[in-house]
Design a protein around this ligand. Structure first.
Ligand SMILES: [Zn+2]
Length: 490
């Protein structure tokens, strides 16, 4: 897709040429902290690529070097002698496989909770979220995401409620806490009366990228740039109408730093939320392009940090999703690079393209549709398989990859070299890199709940939420797992 390539190269104009990186996870021996307050940061930027296993980082890095002539900032950070790297155990209370709300809540309240809850224990005790605790010591607070702003990952820092699905409660929590910067999607969640309440609390409302450019940076902002989630990056790149109205994650991050940076202390969570959605759908082009857009936002933060060395940048994921794998293909695996390069020919996400594909009545039509949108020639057998799956006339032999998009993803795996393990989250430990004062705490293998304690300490707060000591769903249903829970990493 030469169009998208041009755009990415343009977007990359400010990126240092030295960003080429070899993927690896290791602790830097020469890492040191700089700036800050006695080795502690005064500004924290916490990046989350939702649903991103270490394999997804690897694939995106190789693809970025293929089409953008540079690797990911994420991995360039890992090679920086002033950074620390590691892995994070992101399990929840109810499973070794977490969802986004339990994962973000572990960072946001210091406790493992059940999947589906937001800073809430199994007995419905609401815990104090990070952004509530940082309000009194006058830390400015921001949430930026490509999902609905009330989605699970931002909610884990800025709210508490029984269910991640209670978007009204989450929106009201944000307003009550007067979180300074809220940028993402979700116009359909914010009805007129709720918007009026936000205005009454001093919020400016932005609905387009032009609105965002014009806001008063001295006041609070609620930016809602789509009815639901923001469009996937690959769709944004292919539709000028989306480019005209929807800001990129990097642009939202830039504006958030401009606003929060006026204060001497702030914390900002930046989420690339749609990588997860693409991985649920086994959509390799969708996932990779959203991951590259996430990486562009990291570059914005690194540039900010150069001028503000009191800033700590933490980059990680909340969990893996889909188990993507870039496989050895062809003789001596020599076909893999060319197959991966096919990703750049894709014209859209599965989210946008599958409805049209499903309307194809026969194999030649399926082949023509795939050729038009991916420049890939499916065999008649592959095209017929997609028709069988669409009509549910196939026999499922592996449950977690049984859906239509899963089968489409696996069919295209023959042409991209990227296959999938499932359409679900995974138990992978996630990659972690941190740079700036306090970054030495983010190395080796750490536990997700450690993050909360570090952020409390950076703010000079001793507060700790009540931990759950009762039975867990996991211990009850899977007795062997009780031992696993007892041997949590310190
Ligand atoms: Zn997910």
């Amino acid at each position: 897709m030469s169009y998208s390539r041009r755009n990415f190269i343009k977007a990359a104009a400010g990126v240092a040429a030295g960003a080429l990186a070899t993927p690896y996870i290791a602790t830097q021996s020469k890492a040191q902290s700089a700036g800050g307050n006695g080795g502690k940061p005064l500004k924290i930027i916490h990046f989350v690529s939702d649903g991103t296993s270490p394999s997804m980082v690897t694939i995106s890095d190789i693809f970025s070097r293929t089409v953008r002539d540079r690797g990911l900032c994420w991995l360039a950070m890992s090679k920086d002698e002033n950074a620390h790297t590691g892995l994070m155990d992101v399990a929840s209370l109810s499973s070794c496989v977490t969802d986004s709300s339990a994962s973000s809540s572990a960072w946001g309240c210091g406790c493992r909770i059940n999947n589906g809850a937001v800073n809430c224990l199994p007995d419905k005790t609401l815990l104090k979220p990070l952004y509530e605790l940082l309000r009194e010591p006058h830390w400015k607070r921001g949430l930026v995401t490509t999902t609905e702003i009330t989605h699970a990952t931002p909610a884990g820092f800025g709210s508490a409620c029984e269910s991640r699905g209670d978007t009204t409660a989450i929106a009201n929590y944000y307003r009550t806490l007067e979180i300074d910067v809220l940028l993402g999607g979700g116009q359909s969640i914010y009805k007129d009366n709720m918007l009026e309440e936000y205005r009454r609390f001093g919020y400016q409302i932005a609905k387009t990228s032009d609105d965002l450019k014009k806001i008063d940076t001295g006041k609070k902002v609620l930016g809602l740039f789509a009815g639901g989630h923001l469009p996937m990056t690959i769709d944004w790149l292919n539709h000028k109408s989306l480019q005209a109205t929807v800001p990129t994650l990097a642009e939202m991050t830039t504006k958030a730093l401009e606003m929060l940076g006026a204060n001497d202390r702030f914390i900002l969570q930046v989420e690339g939320g749609r990588v997860d959605h693409a991985c649920h759908s086994s959509d390799a082009p969708g996932a990779i392009y959203d991951h590259l857009a996430f990486d562009d936002a990291i570059q914005v933060a690194l540039d900010y940090q150069k001028a503000h060395p009191e800033t700590l940048i933490v980059v990680t994921a909340d969990h893996g999703c889909g188990g993507p794998s870039l496989n050895g293909m062809g003789s001596n695996y020599g076909d893999t690079p060319a197959l991966l390069a096919n990703i750049q020919k894709a014209k859209g996400s599965f989210e946008r393209l599958t409805s049209g594909l499903k309307k194809c009545g026969n194999a030649p039509q399926v082949q023509a549709y795939i050729e038009k949108n991916y420049e890939i020639k499916l065999t008649a057998e592959q095209a017929n398989w997609l028709l069988l799956v669409r009509d549910e006339r196939h026999t499922e032999i592996y449950g977690p990859i049984s859906g239509y998009t899963g089968q489409l993803g696996m069919t295209l795996a023959n042409h991209f070299g990227i296959s999938w393990g499932s359409g679900n989250h995974s138990a992978d430990f996630v990659a972690l890199v941190a740079k700036g004062p306090g970054s030495e705490r983010f190395k080796g293998l750490i536990r997700n709940t450690d993050i909360f304690g570090h952020y409390m300490d950076f703010a000079g707060l001793n507060f700790r939420n009540k931990q759950w000591t009762g039975k867990t769903a996991q211990a009850v249903s899977v007795p062997m797992s009780a031992h696993w829970l007892d041997t949590q990493i310190a």
